[in-house]
Design a protein around this ligand. Structure first.
Ligand code: ADP
Ligand code: MG
Length: 359
């Protein structure tokens, strides 16, 4: 394998003639057709294709979130089909880290609490969880945002929290589905800088993208079309995200330029390395509306273009917690007070039938 010093030939993940058929009433959707591919340890692989070509389906099968209709999937040489759902859940928790386009953060929890979620499932005690989550946030350049909630962070910062959550368990592979899909191009490059840095430390990354420019940050690209793998190519001149990030920071930070501090660490070590991101620029990042992609001021509550409530977006309307205040229930997404029996918030329509918190 060319392009990266840490890459060995032994596959970490492998699919053999994988097919996935979704049945929709009488019709069938062939999302994957005889897809055979492998992911080697230490590589940064991009999976590219147009919308509907089967990228997410492939990633979900690689990530043991779904099983193929036919064909085989191997994780470290072990046939995934022979594992029970419980074993797969354990493997997902211990060996795989997921990053999604919509970040999937809990809006009412701090960055550190969000990062701690996989550690809770792994049964790690509270003190150790905190130490590990702070270290992971430091590794993505967010040591000064540990106690911020998603609504108090820009889109790029939210995705970095999601990446911290993906790496906190020191997984074998990071699987990212369109990690820059909800970000403006500058935040996208910052996320690429983080992923490249993590890859440089030895982490294996599989990233789905429909964007040719984003795929160029990887070592290798697999192209999907209508469920079939049509190309598997090494990227000869891998784009480097870091110079772009530093350049933007330098331009913004005059006359008091900050120096980037990056501690060099051996590639086989998995302890997080602090990354100091260009803080001033990040603080000025706009908040991107996930519904219409318009740019808004960093702390806007509603999108100026379409009116979407920006701070309820990470888990969507069905995942909003409610808080009992006196004899009323306050919606955590929009702050409107509702009757205690309300199932949906009168202010923003969020479902509030989850546990009430903050009694
Ligand atoms: P991509 O991520 O490349 O946009 P997907 O893997 O999400 O593509 O989808 C591939 C095809 O499978 C699409 O035609 C999509 O409509 C279909 N598909 C994906 N998930 C489901 C599902 N749960 N049920 C039915 N069809 C699905
Ligand atoms: Mg997709």
């Amino acid at each position: 394998m060319r392009g990266h010093p840490n890459v060995t030939e032994f596959p970490l993940l492998m699919t053999q003639e994988v097919c996935k058929v979704y049945k929709m009433g009488d019709s069938e959707v062939h999302a994957l057709r005889d897809a055979s591919m492998m992911v080697r340890p230490g590589e940064f692989l991009a999976v590219m294709g147009t919308s509907g070509s089967g990228k997410s389906t492939l990633l979900q099968i690689l990530g043991c979130l779904d099983r193929p209709s036919a064909g085989k999937v191997f994780l470290e040489g072990q046939d995934v089909a022979s594992m029970s759902d419980q074993e797969l859940a354990k493997i997902r928790n211990r060996k795989l880290g997921f990053v999604f386009q919509a970040f999937n953060l809990m809006p009412q929890e701090t960055a550190a609490n969000n990062v701690e979620v996989p550690l809770q499932y792994a049964g790690i005690n509270r003190k150790e969880r905190r130490r590990m989550s702070v270290a992971a946030l430091m590794a993505v350049g967010l040591s000064d945002r540990v106690d911020h909630r998603p609504a108090e962070l820009s889109g790029g910062q939210r995705q970095r929290v999601a990446i911290a959550r993906a790496i906190v368990n020191k997984p074998l592979v990071i699987l990212a589905d369109e990690p820059t899909g909800a970000l403006d191009s500058k935040s996208g490059v910052e996320v690429m800088a983080i992923l490249q840095q993590l890859n440089g430390q030895g982490r294996t990354i599989v990233m789905v993208t429909h964007d040719y420019n984003i795929a160029q940050y990887a070592h290798r690209v697999i192209k999907l079309s209508d469920g079939s793998i049509i190309a598997d190519e090494v990227i000869e001149n891998q784009k480097q995200a870091r110079p772009d990030v530093v350049e933007v920071a330098a331009a913004k930070e005059k006359p008091h330029p900050r120096r980037e501090v990056v501690r060099v660490q051996p590639a086989d070590s998995f302890e997080p390395v602090p990354i100091e991101m260009p803080r001033k620029r990040i603080e000025e990042e706009p908040t991107i509306c996930p519904r219409c992609s318009s740019e808004n001021r960093p702390r806007s509550r509603h999108c100026r273009q379409c009116g979407f409530l920006l701070n309820q977006t990470d888990l969507g309307r069905d995942n909003v917690r409610a808080r009992l205040v006196g004899d009323q229930v306050r919606c955590d997404a929009c702050g409107v007070r509702n009757r205690p029996v309300a199932k949906f918030c009168g202010g923003c329509g969020s479902s509030m039938d989850r546990s009430y918190s903050g009694l």
